[in-house]
Design a protein around this ligand. Structure first.
Ligand code: SF4
Length: 390
């Protein structure tokens, strides 16, 4: 019997500088300790290759996230891919994504990543307008971003994604349209749009506390949320998840693994992993864990269970909630038949009651056994998800 493949996430917790809104596990580093960090990643690849939860399972997708993984050389990326291929096996045609910063774009570098097996690049662009790039503390210009995308495509990596942030201080709808217009005119297949959130502990949080950061009001952000899918669909990008839009079939396969509750292994400082547990072919719960967040702590413990900072066992109720919470993010929605297959018929009724209430309130649509958010449901998505905590 062929075992289910899993998605592999590799975290690179280094950036050239720390953006003032960012609360990811990443550290401004003048010089990345590449060989030490890659050694640690390789130790963990070997450690999990003999873990019974992963033995015999292939890798369905790879995602290098951060941080700024493009600070690692193509040689370093290739070394990890080779070891992952040797010990697990990577499925033929697997999506291999690298997040990249568009500062200092270089065709030679992208050629190196392509030869290392990368077939998708996700650029953290955020905006093309000088004013917003300065406000967001980005270390690249709009022109750098355009050049980076074009050079990457010229180098043969044609599956390219661009991240755009909206809801930024003093931003108007016309400003947002400018960013979307420039992005959608590029030879890219995918756009992710994220509303700026002010996270505790960040410089933006402190500025806001002191009244130095004026955020757009909720009505304007709601208008932006409605504007983005309309605008992008006119440019050939279909929404397939609350924040994600793709041309043709260029959805992020790796992220779809998260949204559909598939298993993933996270390697690198502060990376998260998830494995489901089954009994009699029904999902009865799962396990989630994370590695140590500080790069030095991670590097000195990688390759052993000492690199795990916390682990938790998920109850069946948590897994059922996540089924709806993650699945409703996708425009394809969730299938109640799939829910029943995973969790059993006896539990379907009470969740169906929640679905019926949401249908009456106009926040979800239902076609047969498929349930998805309506446009008004998207605007209050968090409160819709909460209704499935039962
Ligand atoms: S480049 Fe990305 S990961 Fe690094 S600090 Fe900025 S937003 Fe965070």
């Amino acid at each position: 019997m062929t075992l289910e493949p899993f998605a592999l996430y590799l975290h690179v917790p280094f950036c050239g500088q720390k953006c003032p809104y960012c609360d990811f596990n990443t550290y401004a580093t003048p010089k990345v300790p590449e060989s030490e960090y890659v050694d640690a990643l390789l130790k963990d690849v070997r450690f999990y290759a003999v873990d019974p939860r992963f033995v015999g399972r292939k890798i369905s997708s790879i995602f290098w996230g951060g941080g700024t993984p493009s600070l690692l050389s193509p040689k370093a990326i290739a070394a990890v891919h080779e070891e992952a291929e040797r010990l697990f096996g990577i499925e033929r045609g697997a999506e291999v994504t690298l997040e990249a910063n568009p500062s200092e774009p270089s065709k030679e570098r992208y050629l190196g990543y392509r030869d290392a097996g990368v077939n998708r690049v996700s650029f953290g662009v955020q905006s093309f307008a000088p004013k917003r790039l300065t406000l967001l503390g980005r270390d690249h210009s709009g022109e750098d971003a355009r050049r980076a995308v074009n050079l990457c495509v010229e180098a043969g990596i044609t599956n390219v994604s661009v991240d755009i942030i909206f809801g930024v201080s003093e931003q108007t709808l016309a400003d947002l349209e400018f960013d979307l217009e420039v992005a959608s005119a590029l030879p890219i297949q995918h756009i992710s749009t994220y509303a700026l959130t002010i996270e505790p502990g960040t410089p933006f949080f402190q500025r806001q506390e002191r009244g130095l950061l004026r955020m757009p009001d909720d009505d304007l952000v709601a208008s932006m949320l409605t504007f983005i899918p309309d605008y992008l669909s006119g440019r050939g990008f279909s929404r397939y998840e609350i924040s994600n839009y793709a041309r043709d079939d260029a959805r992020s396969r790796h992220n779809e693994a998260y949204w559909t509750g598939r298993d993933y292994l996270g390697i690198g400082a502060g990376a998260h992993s998830y494995v489901s547990s089954y009994s009699n072919r029904q999902r009865i719960g799962g396990f989630r864990w994370s590695t140590l967040a500080l790069p030095m702590s991670y590097m000195t413990t990688a390759g052993s269970s000492a690199s795990v900072s916390w682990r938790e066992e998920l109850s069946m109720e948590s897994c059922r909630f996540e089924f709806f919470y993650l699945g409703l993010r996708r425009t394809a929605g969730v299938s109640l038949v799939e829910f029943e297959r995973l969790f059993g018929l006896t539990t379907r009724d009470k969740y169906e009651g929640v679905v019926n209430d949401l249908l009456r309130e106009g926040y979800v649509d239902r076609q047969g056994d498929i349930v998805c958010l309506t446009p008004s449901g998207v605007l209050v998505a968090d409160s819709v998800y909460e209704r499935f905590i039962i």
